[in-house]
Ligand binder design. Sequence first.
Ligand SMILES: NC(=O)C1=CN([C@@H]2O[C@H](COP(=O)(O)OP(=O)(O)OC[C@H]3O[C@@H](n4cnc5c(N)ncnc54)[C@H](OP(=O)(O)O)[C@@H]3O)[C@@H](O)[C@H]2O)C=CC1
Ligand SMILES: O=C1O[C@H](COP(=O)(O)O)[C@@H](O)[C@H](O)[C@H]1O
Length: 479
Amino acid sequence: MSTISSYALVIFGASGDLTRRKLLPALFNLDCAGKLPKAFRVIGVARTAMDSATWQRQAAEAIADLGDDAQRAAFSKRLVYMPADYSSVADCNRLYDLLYNCDDCFESQGKVLFHLAVPATVSEAIVHALGKSRFAPQGRMVGNHAILVEKPFGTDLDSAVAMRKLLMDTFEEEEIYRIDHYLAKDTVRNLVVFRFCNAMFEPLWNRNYIENVQITVHEKLGIEERGEYYDQSGVLRDMIQNHVLQVLALIAMEPPIAADAESIRDKKNEVFRSLRPLFPGDWVLGQYDGYRQADGVNPDSTTPTYAALRVHVDNWRWFGVPFYLRSGKALTDKLTEVVIVFRTIPLCVLDDPNSCASVQRNVLRLRLQPQEGIHLSFNVQKPGIANEGIDTARLHFNYDEVGQITHESYARVVLDAMLGKPGLFWRSDSIETAWEFIAPALADEKNAPPEGYPNYQPGSNGPASAAKLPQQAGHNWYS
Ligand SMILES: NC(=O)C1=CN([C@@H]2O[C@H](COP(=O)(O)OP(=O)(O)OC[C@H]3O[C@@H](n4cnc5c(N)ncnc54)[C@H](OP(=O)(O)O)[C@@H]3O)[C@@H](O)[C@H]2O)C=CC1
Ligand SMILES: O=C1O[C@H](COP(=O)(O)O)[C@@H](O)[C@H](O)[C@H]1O
């Protein structure tokens, strides 16, 4: 850890799903691994009325399967809860006192990391209030502060621009961390290594050899208890504008000149700027049966819980290669995967027409989660005395052959922000280009598709109409 001996993580939205399912377990694991400073406190802030003991009990449930009793008890002591109104300057001042004017006080040279684990619509009010509070005597933060902002950053281009300005009025740019926890996943980080630390794939990684690319981010979970957040968000804001486009950028970007944060961000930004504007017909939206009955969801909601898109990256490397993207809730299984479909051979030289007919395209699958691995299919001669024809063989690599996958991407996110490392976070120019790109599909959200909503069943693969996007070009979804 750095020389900072005293640290506070302030979680706004501490009563929520992200805090419970991802943040608290990640912090607990960091604690057990000895990665947190001794004087590390977690201050949970939210509107829900509860005391610290209640929040500690909630946290104990969130980490019930992790560590041992002593570790859980020690972690619990780090947790303090403060009910507050997100837009209240007075409540920010109370928070200030809790941090700096108390008995076992936080050292004045300690660092405070604010985490906005709330819907984007709430984030702006929090930054406003912080900027008017004692944390920021002249409207700008004074002292050792940084802020983690959850995706989606804003809800559209205009709100993202407004949020950027507000944040930059209040914090220094290097104190702002715009989260995308997918960038912290081992398998997503590996995309750079896979592409640029192997000589054999990069020469094929272009329009001459690749027919189409498919990015699937399917979830088995529905919206659970998150109706209020999700109905304002929908899959385009929740997953496509951020996680899915980041994966696309890592697959499509040019080689960076170095692996530092800015070099990679520059190359990804070129991809975002090369995205061909979307037109009607480039997307299919879906909503699962039962969504409208969930708590917090408008009974007439047209918020999509599923989206499939056909996207083009208009640059020399990718011109003419469709990228098919899809993500949704309440589907058959959790599956995050990139499928690279190579072009078919130019000519079959075998003299047996049946064998030629069974030649398949090579397919490279980068399985990001679960059963993390890499799989390559290719054609082989079936063994035998007679001409037995051709079969498809597969080379498999499973990550557990090289070590255990870290599922705690939030541990890495928090640690990197504490250490001042920007590599795993979005840059604001890319965020805004991504909003501009997705805007035509967002504008269509208020219209249910011709078949009406709901248009897919929980536990299915999404709406049948999603098949038409690849089919229009003679392609099919893999998996
Ligand atoms: N859940 C997840 O797996 C992930 C979530 N995220 C992001 O984290 C953020 C929070 O997500 P999540 O925790 O799931 O969301 P929740 O719906 O659980 O919201 C978090 C908390 O914010 C407060 N809140 C919710 N809606 C409103 C509202 N309309 N007005 C004011 N306060 C509200 C509630 O606290 P209270 O009422 O007590 O104030 C709630 O407990 C989102 O931006 C999401 O994109 C990112 C990655 C993963
Ligand atoms: O950002 C989000 O991500 C989760 C999925 O994350 P994963 O790491 O479990 O793949 C998603 O459930 C949530 O809706 C979204 O806000």
